[in-house]
Design a protein around this ligand. Sequence first.
Ligand SMILES: [Fe+2]
Ligand SMILES: [Fe+2]
Length: 284
Amino acid sequence: MRVASWHDTKMLDEFFIRGRNMWPDLGEISKMKFDRALVPDDVIRFMRSTALNEHGIVHYVKGYFRAYGDDYKLGIWASMWGGEEYLHSIVLRTILDGLGVEISAGEYDGLEQGRYEETSDGYLARKREGYRMDSRLQQLVYGVVQEYSAKIAYSSVADAAGDPNVASLLRRMAKDETRHCRFFQLCLEALAENVSQEERLEIWPQFSALFKDHQMPQEHIAMFGEYDMGTDLYVKFWTSEYRSELILYLTNYFRQFRDPAWLAKRMSGARANASAPEPALAHQ
Ligand SMILES: [Fe+2]
Ligand SMILES: [Fe+2]
C-alpha cells in the first residue's frame, strides 16, 4: 500500500527541511518580551487551550497511525507532523510563561490521561458509514479541513492579540498550519489517483459531511469540555471575513473531486510534467 507514485521520500524530505527552516530561532523565543497588559483575556484563554491541544499530539498521532494502517510513507508524515505540532506547544507555552500565565498540573494530567480513541474513531466511522472509502482517505480529507481551520484560528487570534510579539508568533504558526494543509492536499490528490472512480467521487460528499458538523480534534478529549476549552473558544475569533475565507477556500479546493474527468486531467498533466520539477510544498 502506498500513496500514489511516490517511489521515494523526496516530497517528505522537502517538507521536513522546510519545517525545520521555519523556526531557526526557536530557542531564542524565550528572550522575547511579552506584555500581559496588551493581551485580552480571551486571547490568553485561547493560547492556554491551544498550548494543551498541541501538547496532546500523542493522541492525534496514534489516531493517524490507526487511520493509515500499513501505509509507511503516511506513517513518516504522521511522525514529522507530530513534531511540528509539538513545536507549537513549545511556542505557546513560552509565550504564556513570558506573560506570567500558568497551565496547571491537573490540566496536563487531564489532557494526557484523556480518552480519545473511541470518541474520535467512532465519530469518523459514523461519518464513513455507507462510503466505500477507507479510513486513510477519509483522514486526508479531514486533515485538509482541520489544518486550514487551524490556519484561520491562529490568523484570527493574531489580529486580536494586542502584543506585537505574540501576534507575529501566532502568524508564523498559521503559516505552518497552511503548509500542513498543503501537504494533506498533496497526499489526498496522490491517493485519489490510485482509488476507484466511485471512491474518488466520495471525496466531495465526505468533505461536506465532515465540514457540516466540523469538530476539531480536541472535541474528542473530555478535559477540554470540562475546562470549557472546546471548539466554541477555538472559533470565537473568527470574523465573518475569516469564516467566508474558510468556506470559499475549502469549497473551491474540494469541488475538483466532483468532476469525473478529474483523473484524466491529472494523468495527462502528470505526463506533460514528467520532466518538470516537483510541486512546491510550501503554500504560503
Ligand atoms: Fe499546530
Ligand atoms: Fe497543523
